[in-house]
Every structure is written in C-alpha cells, then in structure tokens.
Design a protein around this ligand. Sequence first.
Ligand SMILES: Nc1ncnc2c1ncn2[C@@H]1O[C@H](COP(=O)(O)OP(=O)(O)OP(=O)(O)O)[C@@H](O)[C@H]1O
Length: 255
Amino acid sequence: MSVENLEVRFGSSTVVKGISFDVPPGAVLGLVGESGSGKSTTARAIVGLTPSRGAIRIGELDLSAVSAGARRRGRRRVQMVFQDSRSSLDPRFTVAQCVAEGLPRFDRGRVTELLKLVSLDPGLQNSRPGQLSGGQRQRVAIARALAAEPDVLIADEVTASLDVSVQAVVLNLLRRLQRELGLTMLFISHNMAVVRYMADELAVMYGGRIVEHGPVQDVIDRPEDPYTRSLLAAIPEIGQRRLLADDDELALEAR
Ligand SMILES: Nc1ncnc2c1ncn2[C@@H]1O[C@H](COP(=O)(O)OP(=O)(O)OP(=O)(O)O)[C@@H](O)[C@H]1O
C-alpha cells in the first residue's frame, strides 16, 4: 500500500497534513504518536470513512481515483479493526451475522471457517456481541475483517480496551494471521512495546505529520527526531531494551 500526500481537513483545521508512506506487501507498519496526532484519522481516511485528499494505492489500484462504486469494491481490499468492538459490532446481530457482514452473501460454512481461523468456538455463532468477553468480541471483529479477504488490514488500538492478559492473546493471534495470510498491515498503538513486537517498520506521527519513519529497531536505537526521542525516553522499558526478550511469544507483564 502506498499513501501519497494524504490530507484530511475538518472545517478550517487540517489534522492530517499531506503525509506519505509505503507499506510493502506483507509488511507491518507501526504508527505511533500522541493522542490527537492524527493516527485514527489517517486510518479512517484510508478505509474511506473520512473524506481526504491525496493518493492511496494498493498494487495498481488507486483508491482515490476510481468511481464511487469501484471505490467501495476497492475498499474491501482494505479492512479495519477498531479499538472498541462494543460499538463496531452491531449489538442486534448474532456473531454469525457480524462475521457475514464482511462476506458478499451469508455463508454459514464460511462463517464457521472464519471463526475457527480466529480460534473462536463456532458454537458461539448464535450469541450476541454483548454476551461475549472483550477478547472474544475482538476476534469476531477480526473474523469480519478477514471475511472480505483484504490485502491490507488496519488495526487501530485493537487491544487498548482489553485486559493485559487478553491483549497478549489477541496480539499473538493477529501476528500469526498476518504472517499466515501474508497481510499488509498498518498497526496503530500507543504502546511502543506492542508496536515493536508487531511491526517491521515504525512511523511516528506528530501534529498531523510523520516526523520519523524507518525499521523499528533503527528508530528505537537511533531516533533522529526530537519528538521521537522524547516519546522513547518516556518509556523506560524501551530505553533499557529488556521488553519482549522472547520475540516469539509476547509476554506482556502487567504494567
Ligand atoms: N470528525 C471530526 N471532526 C472534527 N475534528 C476531528 C474529527 N475526528 C478527529 N478530529 C480531530 O482530529 C485530530 C486528530 O484526531 P485522531 O483521532 O486522528 O488522533 P489520534 O492520533 O488517533 O489520537 P488517539 O490516539 O487519541 O486516538 C484531533 O484534534 C481530533 O480532535
């Protein structure tokens, strides 16, 4: 996916100020930055939930240059999982109906497959989102996103509202799926340790601009921008480089 000169305005304020970045196919770009820096707005613009200017390309397809109908079909190639599954899943739907929202038509067999893919008991198909735990709901949201067979998955603070123990399970699931399915991913999080675990590259947003972008470890080891330095300095664990020592198993300690 390639994003070029993406700009988002709300009234007279420009909250995303002409940002550009590439995410190579199958790679994960972590996007960090303080609250209000424009991360979610960037994500929403890419999936077409917020009007924007600039070019968004997935392979040969320029999402910003095609007709509305083709654009909607194109948008299926980018799916998003949100922070709050309580509001992103329709509470009146069953789990099966929620997942099937991502399918061209209802298909019980495919729903079962997708639930198994996210390690969710297919016996929960007829439950409502409100009857599930936060972690289970996030699995349903991931299954719905994957139902559309996207090339690009955007995960916006997907574990921020979960208990720490459940966060690790959902992150491991996402990482496994990303690798197995070769998904290109934009992974947004406040938690630098989590981004380091998930992402290949790191982009740092500040005031609607990307102020730093590079391989995760390079940015952490040799931050060039003063804002990135202050962001890293505020996280002592990163400074001491002792977080996530075992790269294959995310063992987030309660912090
Ligand atoms: N629909 C909207 N109308 C007007 N302003 C908006 C709208 N959505 C977002 N904003 C503003 O745009 C700016 C960027 O918000 P955004 O949610 O993208 O930041 P963020 O980096 O994702 O923050 P957080 O980490 O808190 O989610 C903020 O100043 C916010 O108030």
